[in-house]
Every structure is written in C-alpha cells, then in structure tokens.
Write a protein that binds this ligand. Structure first.
Ligand code: ADP
Length: 273
C-alpha cells in the first residue's frame, strides 16, 4: 500500500457464488466515510451554535409570560404559544447535540456498574409526572441485575422508551416497566396498551426523524430523535433494541443486554473470626 492508502476505508464482504464458491468483494468507502463525518460535524456544530440564542429567547419568553402584558388577555395566547415552540426547539437542539455526541465519541471512557432497578425507579417517577395520573405505570425490577456503562446515557435511553409509551397511549392505559433476566441476557422491557405500530414501520423506527403518525408525534412534542438516541446508547453498551407491536393492542420495546452481572443484594451476616 502507498502512503495515500493509509487513510482509505475498505468495506470487505464475502458472498456465496454458485454452490461451492465464494466471492470476496472490496469497496472503497473512504468518500462515504468523509461525507458522513462532515454531516455529523455540521449537525453537531450548528446545534451547538443554536443553543445560546435559544437560551436567550427562552428566558425572554418566560419573562414576558409572567409579565402584566400577558395577564392583559390579548397577548396571553401568542405568548404561551411562543414559549411552547421555543421549548420544543430547545428539546430538538438538545437531542441533536446528544445524538451527535453519541455518534462521534468513543464509548464511555470510564464505565461503572449501573444499578438499573434504581434508574428505572427514577424513570417511572418522571413518567408519572408526564402522564399526570392518566396512566397506570408499574415497575417490576430484579434488584440484583447490573450492567457496566454510563448511567446518564442509559437513563436517557430508558426515559425515551417510557415517555414514548406515555405519549402514544390513550389516557386510562397501562404501562409496565420490567427489568429481568431471560435467555442469558438482562432485559429492560417497556410494554404499553397504546395504539400499536403497523408491522411495516417497525424496521425504520430508529431512523432519525422517522414517524409513524407525523401529526400525532408533533402534537405530543416529540423531536423524532428519541429512538435514534436509544439505538446509539444501546449499541455503545453492547445491547440491542427489539420491538413487538400489535395495532389496537399495544407495543413492547425491549433493551437486551447480553453482558450483565448478577450481584448479591443482601449482606451475609458477619461471622466472628
Ligand atoms: P418522537 O419524538 O416522534 O416520539 P421517536 O424516535 O421517539 O420520536 O419515535 C419515532 C416514532 O415511533 C414516533 O413518532 C411514533 O410514531 C412511534 N412510536 C414510538 N414509540 C411508540 C409507542 N410506544 N407506541 C406507538 N408508537 C410509537
């Protein structure tokens, strides 16, 4: 190889050829790689730049909302709408920044043991606040199951799954969160009794901005980036997302962690030496 070849990226595939032979295919994907890096950097930079003006706008719209002008009646609605839209844009920018960080940074530098049961209790509380008491939200968690990883990243993944369940389930519905061991993996499952997702949408759900029902999704204030974030966080933890859904019955999103530990939760009674 010549020096110019040093930063070339080749994609190598071996495919069956006839009944007893195989083909080795090599494709130069350096240009694709370069464009992908440019895209990621661009999105990351622009989100970062948008943050400051948005913070200013947000502060000002909150201030206006609390002012006498808002109380006068005529301005109440436009000001409330402004605050709502600025909030939505801030969530979008935060999600874009998080996603570009997850895409560009290497996996967590110093992963630590994460007590997932604890994390899920926080996520359950958050979901109850979001639901405003309109859904029954339960949690069953195996306290002894732990994974190695980044607590904040995992929290944002679980929180996206649970807040989706709340957003896409009618009032009066149920959301069950479970953390359990099955078939050699630790699983975090979020099951809802919502409207469900038609099967042909399932393979594309984790694409950025992919929505099943765009109208409903934007009314619910989603950014369209939640499941893309979930997918990236899980893959950084060696885990994957599986989804089953039935229209009119509900959906279950399961994060499957093949690497996990079972720790003793009770301290054995101390023995005299
Ligand atoms: P959004 O911010 O739009 O919720 P997500 O990436 O989190 O974006 O989800 C993508 C789409 O998947 C949503 O717009 C919605 O159509 C669908 N979806 C996600 N979770 C559920 C769920 N629990 N029930 C029904 N549809 C869902």
């Amino acid at each position: 190889p010549s020096p110019q070849d040093a930063d070339r990226t080749l994609e190598i595939r071996i495919v069956p050829y006839g009944s007893d032979r195989q083909l080795l295919l090599a494709r130069d994907v350096s240009e694709l790689d370069r464009l992908e890096t440019m895209r990621r950097d661009f999105v990351g930079n622009i989100s970062h730049e948008l943050r400051t003006p948005l913070t200013v706008l947000r502060g000002m719209s909150e201030q206006l909302n609390d002012s006498d002008a808002a109380a006068s009646g005529e301005l109440q609605r436009p000001l409330a709408l402004m605050e709502q839209q600025v909030g939505r844009m801030s969530r979008l920018v935060d999600d874009l920044l998080l996603l570009s960080r997850l895409e560009t940074e290497s996996p967590p530098v110093e992963p630590g043991p994460v007590v997932v049961a604890e994390l899920l209790r926080d996520v359950q509380d958050e979901a109850k606040a979001l639901s405003g008491g309109e859904h029954t939200i339960t949690l069953t968690a195996d306290e002894a199951l732990q994974v190695e990883g980044d607590r904040d990243e995992l929290r944002s993944a679980f929180s996206n799954l649970v807040s989706n369940a709340v957003k896409y389930t009618e009032a009066g519905g149920r959301i069950d969160i479970r953390w359990f061991e099955a078939a050699g993996a630790a699983c975090a499952a979020v099951a809802d009794t919502g409207k469900g997702i038609p099967a042909h949408h399932l393979p594309r759900l984790t694409e950025r901005f992919y929505r099943v029902d765009a109208g409903r999704a934007s009314r619910e204030g989603g950014t369209g980036l939640g499941l893309a974030i979930v997918k990236h966080v899980l893959s950084r933890h060696g885990a994957r997302l599986s989804v089953t859904s039935e229209q009119g019955v509900g959906s279950t999103f399961t994060a499957v962690f093949p690497h996990y530990q079972r720790v003793k939760t009770t301290t054995p009674a101390s023995q005299p030496d």
